[in-house]
Unconditional design. Sequence first.
Length: 100
Amino acid sequence: MDRRILQLGRALEQAAEDESWDEIRRIDARISQLLQAINEQGLQDVLRDDLAQLRRSHLRVAKVCREQHDLLQMKIQQYQQNRERLQAYALFSDGDEENQ
C-alpha cells in the first residue's frame, strides 16, 4: 500500500504540471478512498512517512489549483470589463450615426 500512496502523489503532481484538472479530480477521489481504507485498517502510524509525503504533494497541487483559479477568475473579470466597454462604445457609436 505504501507504493500506491507514493504513486498517487506523483500522479497528482504530474497532473498538476500537465494542467489536467479532470485528472487531478480523479486522483484526488482515489486518494480520498485510499485514506479512508487506511483509517479503517488503522494503518496511519505504519504509513506515517508516506502519508506525510502525500500530504506535501497534495498541498503543492492545491496551491497550483488555487493560483490557476485566481488567474482564470482575473481573466474572466477582464473579459467582462472589456465586453462592457465595447457595448458602451457600440451604443455611443450608434448614437453618433443616427445624428449624422
